[in-house]
Each structure stands twice: as structure tokens, then as C-alpha cells.
Design a protein around this ligand. Structure first.
Ligand code: SAM
Length: 311
């Protein structure tokens, strides 16, 4: 594993918006390679709770925790359980929280984790050790369910054709490897002018389904918002439109913007409670051209931040 590393995206911008203060208590909900965590611990003498569902990330973090004695608390678990995990550690309120969503390079670049269609490996895709693998999913769900997953979570227009081919193939031989699955997808979807591998959208969709990513994000935002003290900030970096849509809507609602409803719709006024947050980023911040050049993963990143208002 030592050959891998993770270049954090929008780290400096996210930490500046989090604005950690001396003696404050903060959450990094997606510890990963610890790039954000280190920057937060460096920015002020605060305490940081860091969560990751991947035991490998937590194990790697031990060295960082040792270099900031008593200040970094690593917790293995899912962000959908923030309230329970933090309460178990005696944390009832937060002065700020940051999420850098999705998979890390440690996960995606390691063929043994089964996220990559570029290198062959077992068809796994689990970030943590719980739940069913991608192989179990593609070998068992119905054709229509599979098509729905590819369409909803991958925005894949050829979802029905791909699902049909997968089901036909698995009748003869079950899927076990990433290369095997990518091969079947590529035999159905032709590459377009974008140069993007035809398996990209399907792999994203399966990864989201396997890890129940979108439901976890919704739960994490709701629980974190409840725990934030007045002045506390929630900072989120997302990597695709499905994630960003959830964040954008949640933020708009929390800030009393009545997400979705037209400005001219009078019912909007009734629906909106007294806003509990103010938006710090009006529209999402994106990575600079220089950062994208250094790290292509930054291309699609969107950063949003909001702040808890006094009650
Ligand atoms: C993009 S990486 C974070 C990188 C980190 N900011 C850094 O600087 O190294 C995302 C991490 O969040 C974790 N993660 C994603 N979804 C999660 C969830 N629902 N619950 C807990 N951890 C999650 C992944 O396992 C991964 O390690």
C-alpha cells in the first residue's frame, strides 16, 4: 500500500472556510488519507474527531494521531451514524464539520479493493467491511433493478441495454472481477468523443449502490446540522452532481431558501421556517485551473459551506 497516496482536493479552501478556532471541537467526517485532518490540526489548537468507514484509513491515521497527542480522535464507522458515534465519545456539540465525499485514491488506485475498471481485481467496491460487494449485487439483483441503479446513480442512458447484457452473461458465468464486468459494459456501450471510458458511469453507479452513499450523505448532513453550535460551520466537498444536488438542497432548506420552489410561489413562504443557517458560499466554489492541472480529480469538485445562526 505504501505506493499510494491521496492528494486532497480543495483542502486549503475547505479548511479556511471551516475556520477552526483554539479549543474548538471539530469533525472530519471523511478522514481518508488525513490530508484535511492534518491541515485542521495545524490551523489551530483544536480537537478533531475523524470518522471513516474504511478500517485501512483508520489504521493509517494512527501515526497522525500520535503526532498530535490527545487532539485527534479516530473513529471507524459510517457518517450516517455520526450522532451515535460522537455521543459515544462524549461529544454533544460541534464547532464545525467538514466532509470530502466519495472514494480516496487509496481506495480507487488499489486493484484489490475492486473500484477500478482500469486495473483488474475482485469486484468488491466496499469502502468499509460491511454490506454486500459489487459482485454480489450484479450477480443477484433483477434486471430492472440493475437498470434502475445504473440510470439513477450513474446517469447512464444505456442502462437497460447494459443490465440486459449483464443478466445474460451471469446466467452462463457469474461476475467475479472488475475487468470482466468492464469488458461486458464496453461490448454494449461504444466510446464517445469525450474519451471517457464507457464503464465509468456504471462503475460509479455500482459503487454508490454498494456503499449506500447518497442515503449516508443525507443522514450525515441532518445529524451534523443538529450538532453544530451557533457560529459553527458545515463545509462539504462533493464530486458529482448526485452528491452536490443533495448538499445544495439541504443547504438551501436550512438557510430558508425553500429549495426548488419558485420565487413567485406563495406556498414557499409558508413552508420555510425561521432559517437556522446562513449560506457562506452563494454558488459552489470550484478548484482553480492550477489545481485541476495538478490533480484531475479536482475537475468536478464543488465546495459549499454554511454557518449555524444563533438560536
Ligand atoms: C475523498 S476521501 C477523503 C480524503 C481526505 N479529505 C484527505 O484529505 O485525505 C473520502 C473518505 O471518506 C470515506 N467515506 C466515504 N463515505 C463514507 C461514509 N458514508 N461513512 C464513512 N466514511 C466514508 C471513504 O472511506 C474515504 O476514505
Amino acid at each position: 500500500m505504501s505506493g499510494f497516496s491521496h492528494i486532497p482536493v480543495l483542502r486549503d479552501e475547505a479548511v479556511a472556510l471551516l475556520n477552526p478556532r483554539e479549543n474548538g471541537v471539530y469533525l472530519d467526517g471523511t478522514f481518508g488519507g488525513g490530508g484535511y485532518a492534518r491541515a485542521i490540526l495545524e490551523a489551530s489548537r483544536c480537537t478533531l474527531w475523524a470518522i471513516d468507514r474504511d478500517p485501512a484509513a483508520i489504521a493509517r491515521g494512527a501515526a497522525l494521531a500520535a503526532s498530535y497527542p490527545g487532539r485527534l480522535h479516530l473513529v471507524e464507522g459510517r457518517i450516517s451514524e455520526i450522532l451515535r458515534l460522537l455521543n459515544a465519545g462524549g461529544v454533544r456539540a460541534l464547532d464545525g464539520a467538514v466532509f470530502d465525499l466519495g472514494v480516496s485514491s487509496y481506495q480507487i488506485d488499489d486493484p484489490a479493493r475492486g473500484f477500478s475498471f482500469r486495473a483488474d481485481g475482485p469486484l468488491d467496491m466496499r469502502m468499509g467491511k460491511d454490506g454486500i460487494s459489487a459482485a454480489m449485487l450484479v450477480n443477484t439483483v433483477s434486471e430492472s433493478e440493475l437498470a434502475d441503479i445504473l440510470f439513477s446513480f450513474g446517469e447512464e442512458k444505456a442502462s437497460r441495454r447494459i443490465a440486459k447484457s449483464i443478466v445474460e452473461r451471469r446466467r452462463m458465468q457469474k461476475f467475479e472481477t472488475t475487468a470482466d464486468l468492464a469488458g461486458v459494459i464496453r461490448s454494449v456501450v461504444r466510446p464517445d468523443k469525450s474519451g471517457i471510458d464507457p464503464a465509468t458511469r456504471s462503475f460509479q453507479a455500482l459503487r454508490i449502490a454498494v456503499n449506500e452513499e447518497l442515503a449516508d450523505i443525507e443522514a450525515a448532513l441532518a445529524q451534523t446540522a443538529e450538532m453544530l453550535a451557533p457560529g459553527g460551520r458545515l463545509v462539504v466537498v462533493s464530486f458529482h452532481s448526485l452528491e452536490d444536488r443533495i448538499v445544495k438542497r439541504f443547504f438551501a432548506t436550512a438557510a430558508g431558501r425553500g429549495a426548488g420552489a419558485s420565487r413567485h410561489d406563495p406556498s414557499r413562504l409558508l413552508a420555510v421556517e425561521k432559517p437556522r443557517f446562513r449560506l457562506i458560499t452563494g454558488s459552489a466554489k470550484t478548484a482553480s485551473a492550477a489545481e485541476v492541472q495538478k490533480n484531475p480529480r479536482a475537475r468536478s469538485a464543488k465546495l459549499r459551506a454554511m454557518e449555524r445562526l444563533a438560536a
